[in-house]
Design a protein around this ligand. Structure first.
Ligand SMILES: [Zn+2]
Length: 201
């Protein structure tokens, strides 16, 4: 398993490669205008980086990734408890990034709901922030469906670059011969995995 830093490097390099490729593919194979193609490829590249660096598949363990969320690390605690490490739900190609995106949206919605409900209990009437936020997201998706697709695809490729790197190193014996074996040894505890009782938080 590559280390968090190696994964970051893979994310940045693959993002730098995929962004111009996406631009070229949009111009060549879709009817969209050049300025929309540019916007889409930038959304795709940005989502690729965001997904690989902040929404990495390794959020399923207490690793370097959730530290990046700073004081918001707790957002990923329930996710970490529920999702088994390196399994289908965190390391698959399409389902796992979409699950993390959906989970994040659900936490945001739940928090907004809790604020509205809490203030309501104190006798304060506030706008229904959770519903306003959901409507805003829906409106954004409807108004910019092409860019939304680009974002979702980039979010999946960012996660896939991580998963494929993990696969290559794990299955490196067959795929890469002795080089794979050496890599595997070097990255044995790539994500600083610790048994639960030895974790700090
Ligand atoms: Zn991993």
């Amino acid at each position: 398993m590559p280390s968090a830093r190696a994964h970051d490097l893979i994310t940045v390099l693959s993002g730098a490669a995929i962004t111009p490729l996406a631009y070229y593919a949009c111009l060549e194979f879709t009817p969209i205008a050049p300025d929309t193609a540019l916007a889409c490829s930038l959304w795709l590249g940005g989502a690729h980086l965001l997904s690989g660096i902040m929404f990495s598949p390794d959020l399923d363990i207490d690793s370097a990734i959730d530290n990046r969320w700073g004081i918001f690390f707790w957002i990923w605690r329930p996710y970490m408890w529920l999702i088994p490490h390196r399994g289908f739900w965190s390391h698959s190609l399409v389902i796992s990034p979409l699950l993390r995106l959906g989970y994040f949206a659900a936490v945001g919605y739940g928090l907004a709901f809790a604020v509205v409900w809490g203030l309501g209990q104190l006798g304060m009437t506030t706008p229904a922030y959770h519903r306003e936020w959901a409507a805003w997201v829906q409106g954004l998706i409807r108004a910019h469906s092409t860019e939304t697709w680009a974002f979702v695809i980039g979010f999946c490729t960012g996660s896939a670059a991580h998963t494929i790197a993990d696969w290559l190193v794990t299955n490196g014996n067959g795929l890469l011969g002795s080089y794979g074996r050496r890599l595997r040894q070097r990255y044995r505890d790539h994500d600083q995995w610790r048994p639960r009782h030895k974790r700090r938080r």
